[in-house]
Design a protein around this ligand. Structure first.
Ligand SMILES: [Ca+2]
Ligand SMILES: [Ca+2]
Length: 261
């Protein structure tokens, strides 16, 4: 009984792999969106080398859902979705959730469906976070992340929701993007506050002291610039503060901030 129910749901949602085969893919998401309009929203986020890009995908549904399927691709071939993270996702408690990638197109399908544990309740929040890789040469570019539809073994992968009556429909979709910025540490460390003039002064010292001793939740605007002693692990700690104090007040030559890693 358990297996047969799973198969029915898998077939309807298109996760049956070779279970379905026909010349035309089934129109799984051709029904009406019940109640208020549901949505999938891809976020806009920025990153810089050497960090990976991270962009959240959120969804909103005003009625319980049996299944969610979101298929995404980046609009630049050199920017790839390397991984999908489900930490704090609304579908974490769902019986079946995960993601697959089509290596030929680079598209990623994020899916979740409930076979036995009840539907995904109405609400809004995180579906998953995309982790994106990019070459350093793309600094200064904004790369869009959009929905797409692909065919794998005659199974259509696209973006759609399925409610508890097996009605499949297309939610409103908002594309997102990854902004790739230049590295914040320019040549030498020490400009902890990321001031535009690049000067290392008492403002940087104040911020570093606050970060290390007063406000532990304070995230430095440029953590790489805080690694003033240039340790290879890039850690920002009292060793960096010691160098900065020496540079500003004792001997600038022997306490010169290290080069950016
Ligand atoms: Ca500064
Ligand atoms: Ca350090």
């Amino acid at each position: 009984m358990k297996v047969s129910r799973f198969l029915v749901i898998a077939i309807v949602l298109g996760f049956g792999g070779s279970v379905l085969s026909s010349d035309r893919p089934p129109q799984r998401f051709a029904g009406p969106d019940p109640g208020e309009m549901d949505s999938v929203v891809v976020g806009v986020d920025s990153t810089y080398p050497p960090h990976v890009g991270r962009v959240e995908v959120r969804f909103c549904n005003d009625q319980p859902l049996l299944g969610v399927e979101v298929t995404l691709r980046t609009m630049h071939t050199a920017v790839t979705i390397d991984s999908v993270c489900f930490d704090d996702s609304r579908v974490q408690g769902t019986q079946y959730f995960g993601w697959t990638r089509d290596d030929s197109s680079g598209a990623v399908t994020i899916f979740a469906f409930s076979a036995e544990d009840g539907p995904i309740p109405s609400g809004s929040g995180l579906l998953a976070a995309l982790e994106l890789a990019y070459p350093d040469s793309l600094q200064g570019r904004t790369v869009a992340i959009d929905s797409t539809t692909i065919l794998i073994d005659l199974i259509e992968r696209t973006t759609g929701f399925t409610d508890t009556t097996m009605n499949g429909f297309v939610p409103q979709f908002s594309p997102g993007s990854l902004i790739i910025e230049p590295p914040c540490c320019q040549e030498y460390t020490g400009n902890v506050d990321k001031s535009i003039d690049g000067v290392v002064d008492i403002g940087d010292l104040t911020l570093l002291i606050t970060h290390l001793f007063i406000d532990f939740d304070l995230v430095l605007p440029c953590p790489e610039a805080g690694n003033i002693d240039g340790d290879i692990e890039g850690i920002v700690d009292i060793g960096d503060l010691t160098i900065l104090i020496g540079y500003l007040f004792i001997d600038a030559e022997t306490n010169a901030p290290a080069a950016c890693l």
